[in-house]
Ligand binder design. Sequence first.
Ligand code: ADP
Length: 156
Amino acid sequence: MSTAIFPGSFDPPTNGHMDIIERASAIYGKLVVAVLNNPAKSNMFPVETRMEMLRESCKGFPNVEIACFEGLLVDFARSMGTKIILRGLRAVTDFEYEFTMALMNKKLAPEIETLFMVTSAENQFISSSSIKEIAHFGGPIEDMVPGPVAERLEKR
Ligand code: ADP
């Protein structure tokens, strides 16, 4: 059974993330959505809440598991026994960062591959940071995030 890891900040999860999760869960035997716990980064939601939102949003995908990790992604991938790191690509602007990170991870762990899945056209403009900004000013976000995320953003 092939397992892939989909790592990220997910602060908060968006329909862009959900699109990748849905499509990847149809390809891999198991998909581990791995939330980065980076205390140095100021996140809107603590890691437990980000995991909770993902768990609730991924209820319909039985082969999707929600986890969190600290430290090097390749160490986490090794601990999960997987050789596939999956990342989403929105635009050319994502490319340079993703390319550098994929090469660095390859240097650190040559047996692990980074694979990219291109966003669906309707999600191309969605990012966690724009969602946070819109929500901050009370704008409508319901169409761009899963229900459990919209609920929490509206409460804030
Ligand atoms: P990170 O801080 O690691 O980039 P994010 O939560 O922003 O964490 O993104 C996690 C992954 O989801 C990344 O691979 C990113 O490219 C992908 N992603 C984010 N938004 C979208 C979107 N709208 N469509 C497709 N992939 C996306």
